[in-house]
Ligand binder design. Sequence first.
Ligand SMILES: Cc1cc2nc3c(=O)[nH]c(=O)nc-3n(C[C@H](O)[C@H](O)[C@H](O)COP(=O)(O)O)c2cc1C
Length: 402
Amino acid sequence: MKVFERAEIGSIELNNRIIRSSTFEGMADNNGFPTEEYFTLYEKLSKNNIGGIITGCTYISKDGKMVQPGQAGIDDDEKTASFKKVTAIVHKNNSKIFMQISHAGRQTISDLIKTECIYGFSDKKSFYFNQKPIVLSNSQIRDLIEKFGDAAKRAQSADFDGIQLHAAHGYLIHQSILSSVNSRADEFGIDKKTKIGTKFLDLIIENIRNKCGPDYPILVKISGSDDYIRKFSELQFIELIRFLNSKQISAIEISYGTMDYALNIFRGKSIPYDFILKHNIKYKTNKSLIKNIYNYLLFAMLKLKTIPFALGYNINFSILAKKYTSIPVISVGGFLNGNDISDAIENHKADFVSLSRALIAEPAFVSRLINKADDKSICASCNRCAIMCDSNLSTRCFALKR
Ligand SMILES: Cc1cc2nc3c(=O)[nH]c(=O)nc-3n(C[C@H](O)[C@H](O)[C@H](O)COP(=O)(O)O)c2cc1C
């Protein structure tokens, strides 16, 4: 079966076409160094026949940290040696690993990440994070481009097989692309013709190529659309694919949405309100009745915006993207059984599929599929794992029943 055949991403050969999508670990110390728990996680994943592994998002500079505790960073040279341990484990187990690098931009909160302010591509604040960002100056953007390049160089020195730029889910690179967020009038603003902003991403890719060499694999994760009133349109999506095609990056992974409506990134069969009220940074409550009522009303409004779960729910973006590019396309979102994975690959809807929650629930899911190609994941899509990223506990399956 094509799913389980070897396949290439750039110069890197993967054992099969199933990838572990970037999944926040919450397993780094306060300074962003990976801990023993982080090493153990990647030991477990790499022993289980996953074609390629993408790390959780790793910050390129301290002001780009996310609010979730325990995020790993690749913001200084001292960290390279620790990450070398991770790649040594993965390579010993004959697997491949890519580091996802990111800057949170406006999707963070200065009090929680202990910075003076947060930065954005414009002063528009995120509905969810609700803090007005300081608009990045032209020279601060250029400085961040260098920092992305430096982070990629460190990942390369730590023997990662490539990097993935997080240009999805509303983080800084995504903010620069979206016309609903980026209102700049300078060279980093929205292109009049394509209606998207690609200059930041373009210069980051060039900077990485200068620092890491032209062949070092660069993957880019994007969102096919979003939930803003001025939605990212199909035409804008096609322009973004055309741009990535012109850059000849190594692979495009297509997800959905922003953290303003995070549940639409994950989708779920139910929304775990109990966990949200207990652990979410914004909605957690000391159980005062009024606050609970307020929260339930707010949830009711949020629910109206919530898109129902469907198996392989982002596959249509991947099918569309493949009309405009020959670069490998990875579809992520709702892959929970072998039949849907095979359908996506065998019928050329995507070149690879990637999984997050199914591998949180069961790191050995791919090994199981190799033995029985039509098996199903034990993941119940309850999304407790996603909600718990806000807690001090590291990422694992928190399902009460399956
Ligand atoms: C607990 C958790 C952590 C995640 N962390 C990241 C992340 O660090 N970077 C990222 O791009 N996506 C992250 N995601 C999103 C996943 O990569 C994926 O796009 C999404 O969960 C849909 O895939 P799935 O249906 O296989 O879970 C995370 C998802 C979950 C559930």
